[in-house]
Design a protein around this ligand. Structure first.
Ligand SMILES: C[S@@+](CC[C@H](N)C(=O)[O-])C[C@H]1O[C@@H](n2cnc3c(N)ncnc32)[C@H](O)[C@@H]1O
Length: 231
């Protein structure tokens, strides 16, 4: 069943699919790719691994999985237009679907990635358990999410950028990015208030992951979380 949260995310990302990759990189001052590559490199995969990238969007993580790891990659997303961009990229399989209900049998995959997903779901613990379900016991998973810097200088600078500069520049790109500019900063702040990175790591543990680690990058603006399915 599609929830209101699903529908909102779907509309939001369908609206920016045609121009996603470059703005995402520019707005993060080139850090978007750095966080993603760090997450991908944490995965210790067996030969001939099958890896699932959930919320693949335009397939940036899936592409880097192909570049940096020897694996067969599957990208899944609920936005048809983001998936269209991923499919055009080539090199990995893509499929439509929601993270809440993955169209795969238990223990299908040797590795899993998801980036910027938990902020867009109603029930992060349920989604984490669903992600764990499709992983083989012991298989690694890695994730990236936006964080909120809390340094004496970087904290106020981040808030200024998020509240003023990002929305002002985003609205110049397109109607879709205008909407993202009005939505994203508060979404990041609210999510990190509700679930700071250490709480997210605790949710991973509860959902069936072990050896969960966190790395705050770029003064905390990007948070990489990784671990492996227990067992
Ligand atoms: C910010 S984009 C990130 C895309 C990609 N992971 C990246 O790092 O570039 C978030 C993606 O999550 C997808 N998404 C949001 N909620 C989802 C859900 N419940 N199931 C599957 N995909 C979802 C959106 O369609 C969108 O493509």
């Amino acid at each position: 069943v599609q929830t209101a949260t699903n529908s909102h995310a779907r509309r939001l990302f369908d609206g920016i699919a045609t121009a996603y990759d470059t703005p995402a990189e520019v707005f993060s001052f080139g850090q978007y790719g750095r966080w993603r590559r760090f997450a991908v490199r944490t995965l210790r995969l067996p030969p001939n691994a099958r890896v699932l990238d959930v919320a693949t969007g335009t397939g940036l993580v899936a592409r880097d999985l192909r570049r940096l790891q020897t694996a067969a990659v599957f990208g899944l997303d609920q936005s048809p237009r983001m998936l269209g961009r991923a499919r055009a990229r080539g090199g990995f399989a893509v499929t439509g679907g929601r993270a809440e209900q993955l169209p795969f049998a238990d223990t299908t995959f040797d590795g899993l990635t998801f980036t910027y997903l938990l902020r867009y779901v109603d029930d992060p613990p349920v989604v984490l358990a669903e992600l764990a379900r499709v992983l083989k016991p012991g298989a690694p998973a890695a994730s990236v999410e936006f964080g909120v810097p809390d340094g004496r200088i970087t904290g106020p600078l981040w808030h200024l950028y998020a509240a003023r500069f990002f929305p002002a520049f985003a609205r110049l790109i397109s109607k879709g990015w205008h909407e993202v500019g009005g939505f994203l900063p508060n979404s990041i702040i609210e999510f990190n208030r509700r679930l700071p990175p250490t709480d997210v790591a605790a949710l991973w543990e509860k959902a069936g992951f072990s050896d969960v680690r966190i790395k705050r990058m770029s003064f905390g603006a990007g948070v990489v979380t990784w671990g492996r399915r227990r067992g």
